[in-house]
Design a protein around this ligand. Structure first.
Ligand SMILES: NC(=O)c1ccc[n+]([C@@H]2O[C@H](COP(=O)([O-])OP(=O)(O)OC[C@H]3O[C@@H](n4cnc5c(N)ncnc54)[C@H](O)[C@@H]3O)[C@@H](O)[C@H]2O)c1
Length: 319
């Protein structure tokens, strides 16, 4: 008996129904999986022997992450423009018994310097397998008051430096299908903030870049290279000194050690997005679904319009 092929319209409708059902089933399955993992502790990976490069590790979160990685038996490569800060981080790391720590003065805003220091690292230490793009700066001025040079610098340090470090270290990770890319962005990379236009633009850029590369790696089958994108609210490191939070219970100013520990945990469990504090997941979600007027109202309620009014930053401490 000769069966006739279904007409093209019927075939495409059946394909649509089958594929939609398959995706809905998987969505349900992954949701169940996430729910179950809320109660079961996630297995942590072993990073002993991995070569971890942290930019901006001469102070703040960078230094604290170096100290956390030191406890895990990693080889540390520390970059910063601040030589004294680097020396201090290396000293603290060595106090913990780590012998393989390598410091390099590198201005991450300078592409040529990033490439040249990266070559030096490859020759002297080897391939980097965990790359933490952490170096960051903030101008803290209203857009029209910010000098062009500072705006450009913010983009170069907070965004463009990530491009150049990936270009330098990703090829070896791809060749081995092994590695981890960590982007220290900010909640200002998910939600715009009055008075932080250049910083927000640079952090939105960093988030978009890291997320896209992660998808590019998945699409090319390089699933051994993991990505973690970190978006914290204010951290008490001095970078945003003077800034105050309106509702400290909902949006507390975070303690640096807590943040560093959370980041390392996210890396060890291959968590893709880490938003801190937890309320940031809800706020970022609401921002994306609320109509504009309600979004602005929520921003005002959360104090986002006056966050930067009392900003002093690192260099302008009150006497
Ligand atoms: N502190 C906060 O409230 C906060 C909130 C969200 C995100 N972040 C992000 O966390 C990261 C770490 O910030 P932090 O709070 O530890 O600040 P920090 O100022 O203590 O540390 C930043 C480090 O980056 C270094 N650095 C600056 N420019 C550099 C350059 N061109 N090349 C190399 N190194 C350079 C600095 O010397 C410093 O050691 C930054 O990317 C920052 O944007 C901070």
């Amino acid at each position: 008996m000769h069966l006739e092929a279904p007409p093209p319209f019927l075939k495409s409708t059946m394909n649509f129904i089958l594929e939609t059902l398959k995706v809905l089933g998987l969505v349900l399955w992954y949701s169940l999986e996430s729910f179950v993992f809320c109660f079961i502790p996630t297995k942590k990976k072993n990073v002993a022997g991995e070569v971890v490069l942290i930019t901006g590790s001469g102070s703040g979160i960078g230094r604290l992450m170096a100290l956390e990685f030191a406890d895990l038996g990693t080889v540390l490569v520390l970059w910063d423009i601040n030589q004294e800060g680097l020396k201090e981080t290396a000293r603290l790391v060595k106090e913990k018994g780590v012998t393989r720590v390598h410091c390099y003065v590198c201005d991450c805003s300078d592409k040529a310097e990033v490439y040249s220091v990266a070559d030096q690292v490859k020759r002297e230490v080897g391939d980097v397998s965990i790359l933490v793009n952490n170096a960051g700066i903030v101008t803290g001025k209203k857009f029209m008051d910010a000098p062009d040079s500072l705006i450009e610098k913010s983009m170069e340090v907070n965004t463009m430096a990530h491009f150049w470090t990936y270009k330098a270290f990703l090829p070896a990770m791809i060749a081995n299908n092994h590695g981890h890319l960590v982007c220290i962005a900010s909640s200002a990379g998910l939600i715009g903030v009055n008075g932080l236009a250049d910083y927000c633009a640079s952090k939105f850029g960093a988030v978009g870049f890291a997320e896209s590369i992660s998808l590019e790696l998945i699409a090319t089958g390089k699933d051994g290279i993991k990505t973690t994108i970190v978006c914290p609210y204010f951290i008490n490191t001095g970078m945003f000194d003077g800034c105050q939070t309106k509702w400290p219970r909902l949006l507390p100013i975070l303690e640096p050690t807590y943040v560093a520990k959370k980041i390392i945990r996210a890396v060890l469990t291959d968590q893709v997005f880490l938003l801190l504090p937890r309320s940031m997941y809800l706020i970022a979600g609401l921002k994306n679904i609320l109509p504009t007027k309600q979004g602005v109202l929520l921003g005002q309620y959360l104090g986002a319009f006056s966050l930067m009014d009392t900003f002093r930053g690192h260099n302008k401490k009150v006497q």
